[in-house]
Ligand binder design. Sequence first.
Ligand code: SF4
Length: 332
Amino acid sequence: MDLVKLKSFLTEQNLPEYRFRQIVKNYYSGRYLSFDQMTDLSIDLRSKLNSQFSLYSVSEEKIVGDQSTQKALLKLIDNQKIESVLMNYDEWITACVSSQVGCALNCQFCATGKMGFIRNLAPQEIVDQILYWNQKIYPSFVGRIVFMGMGEPFLNWDNLLESLKLINSTEGLNIGARKISISTAGVADKIIEFANLDTQINLAVSLHSANQSFRETIMPIAKKYNLEELKKACLYYVSKTNRQLFFEYALTDKNTSQNDAKLLANFIDSHHLFFVNLIPLNPVEDGLNCATKEQQEKFMNSLNQLRVMYSLRRSFGQKFSAACGQLATESK
Ligand code: SF4
């Protein structure tokens, strides 16, 4: 639903301003699947809205998962498909949203990367993923958002910022900035721009290796922004915001040697605001393999000795086509 168009449509119909606020409030409440259910509007207005607008831009194609984690394949109005994930095992219910259909960055361990870039998501298509989950779990609601689904959020910059406004605003989803996290594959110049926004939104960087040549092989974007440039941008971010910066590190059989731990420790350089999130990899076809339990243990022991601050994150089970983009690529 395009809110700008909605506003001008209501003005053309000579309807008072409060009608706009009422419809927007209904829309963000996550209670209504269609205009027809908005019984606080006249039948005439509901039918006009139905003929001019579609309330949501996403519809469910498939859903998999269990009580704690669900993953949905969502169809957009142009029939493109994206994924969105709901995680319900913390104090807050978290939605992981996509920012693009496909992705241009082609990381070796990612199913979305294998799709190539198709298009950016509009702000409303990002927000509607959250509303989709709110409808599913009503009267509970999503309290945290992570931009870690399909796509590189920083390469859909304008729409990302617009969606953040809608998510954060009291007239929108009213989710506090500190409860939103964005993950980038390391678009260094955008990390600097993001720091300059002076927001309390959390930032995570997909690092996955502190070895420049290996990182280039698994994340082609590392050729454009090398580790030195990336680190400079990260240091700028923490000095400007004084906020912790999270580095995502997928545990594979190729980046968990003792030397990898040393390189990671060097990159982190004991910075008190740099924190590493270790994630057991969900393998994709022709990609990397997850590190064995033994490799993971050894790597963590090395990090302990090198005094690197980290946590081991739980991984979404492989039986649910867990890797980012796996459901969307399997549905083709
Ligand atoms: S990991 Fe993220 S940035 Fe890399 S290809 Fe996948 S979606 Fe794109």
